[in-house]
Design a protein around this ligand. Structure first.
Ligand SMILES: Nc1ncnc2c1ncn2[C@@H]1O[C@H](COP(=O)(O)OP(=O)(O)O)[C@@H](O)[C@H]1O
Ligand SMILES: [Mg+2]
Length: 386
């Protein structure tokens, strides 16, 4: 193993423009306290089932906005049998220099606390300005077969990387939607109040839809040319607001969404849901070579499509912005044949964003050699793999 680099070293020499240089995880799931000081190369975590590999990726995923890769509740991540509360702290090497991020739950805390460079952050959406992360987990093998909400989150997470404001937009939209739902459920018909919330939903909702559309068009262009070991994929967004945007200006779509929300008040009161808006949209994927919708493709083909999408997004960001998101690939490598495995390794080594990979079989990662840094995970301890 090479000597550990300092943040200063890979700001000037390293291939990865976005990487974790220091990670400290405290009282989080199976970990009492664990510290890693990786360099910018890909990180391999190998170890048996139950060793703590996914937990560590989950900790890393919490450096970006949202609930992390398991979408767990805050208290669920408390280390069982410990005093409660957890923390994830990291030094992130970015093109603008190192950024210190701390996040966690204070004992009995009900919100995720976020600190950036030592000061309190407005909320977790502020994280989007510094870290974007994309992940593939075994749970996502069913992404194209389940309901649309997981696909929307998958798409939104890709948009965060381009447009950090998107995270705030989604939060504001959902907040206004919940507030409106509460007013309607309480029988409150204060027109001024409802209209103000609907106005927020319309403005944010149309911006959300527009950002998703742009992302999907960009990705589809990037994916169409794919003739490598990962399949070409066509993506589109299926949604009412997205449809309006295809046929007219954004301001008209805003007015229309506002009018639709007003009209839907009675119906939404009865159903307890919100009938229209971008929270209903869906990401649609099609396997190009097979000319087949994703949900009709085999599990392996669906996984290959997801890898293709995530890699295309990372490549796009690399080309357009010089950085790529952190990629967290949980148990992905074991399911690839040798050719695809090698192709994946080559790709991630060329990306200006650090990739974290897990697997039970350290030998599968051997072809990476010293292009990556290899760690063993066993019983919630992590050591460099000799
Ligand atoms: N809140 C928690 N407190 C303590 N241990 C936990 C908690 N949540 C999960 N674990 C344990 O952490 C261990 C490692 O889990 P995981 O990281 O998913 O393993 P793997 O290496 O197979 O990915 C499991 O044995 C699991 O039961
Ligand atoms: Mg796991």
């Amino acid at each position: 193993m090479s000597a550990l680099a300092t943040v200063e070293d890979y700001r000037t020499t390293g291939p990865a423009a976005l990487s974790i240089a220091r990670l400290a995880v405290t009282r989080f799931r199976c970990y009492a306290s664990v510290r890693l000081t990786p360099d910018a190369r890909p990180v391999v975590l190998a170890g048996p089932n139950g060793a703590g590999k996914t937990n560590l990726l989950e900790a890393v995923s919490l450096l970006s906005p949202g609930r992390g890769l398991r979408r767990a509740g805050l208290a669920e991540m408390d280390r069982q049998g410990d005093v409660g509360g957890w923390g994830v702290a990291a030094t992130i090497a970015t093109p603008d220099g190192p950024v210190e991020i701390g996040t966690g739950r204070e004992p009995d805390g009900e919100r995720r606390v976020v600190r950036i460079n030592g000061g309190p952050a407005r909320g977790q959406t502020a994280l989007a300005e510094f870290v974007s992360a994309l992940w593939l987990t075994p749970d996502m093998d069913r992404l194209f077969r389940e309901g649309p909400s997981a696909r929307r989150r998958f798409l939104d997470r890709m948009v965060f990387g381009y447009d950090p404001a998107h995270a705030g937009r989604v939060t504001a939209y959902e907040h206004a939607m919940r507030e409106r739902g509460r007013l309607l459920a309480d029988g409150n018909s204060d027109d001024g109040w409802l209209s103000a919330l609907e106005e927020t939903m319309a403005a944010r909702g149309v911006a959300i839809a527009a950002a998703r559309l742009e992302m999907v068009q960009r990705l589809t262009r990037a994916l169409a040319g794919s003739d490598g070991p990962f399949p070409g994929v066509a993506l589109s967004v299926d949604g009412m607001v997205e449809g309006w945007l295809g046929g007219g200006p954004a301001l008209a779509a805003e007015d229309r969404l506002k009018a639709e929300l007003r009209t839907a008040r009675r119906r939404d009161t009865q159903s307890g849901a919100t009938a229209v808006g971008p929270h209903r949209s869906d990401l649609v994927a099609r396997h190009l070579a097979k000319d087949m919708p994703a949900d009709l493709c085999s599990t392996g083909e669906q996984k290959a499509m997801l890898i293709a999408i995530v890699l295309a997004e990372a490549r796009l960001q690399a080309a357009e912005r010089g950085v790529a998101p952190l990629l967290l690939l949980d148990e992905v490598v074991a399911h690839l044949d040798e050719e695809r495995r090698e192709a994946l390794f080559d790709e991630i080594c060329g990306l200006p964003g650090q990739t974290w990979m897990t697997g039970t079989d350290a030998a599968l990662f051997a072809p990476l050699g010293n292009r990556a840094q290899h760690f063993s995970v066993a019983d919630a301890t992590i050591s460099e793999f000799a």
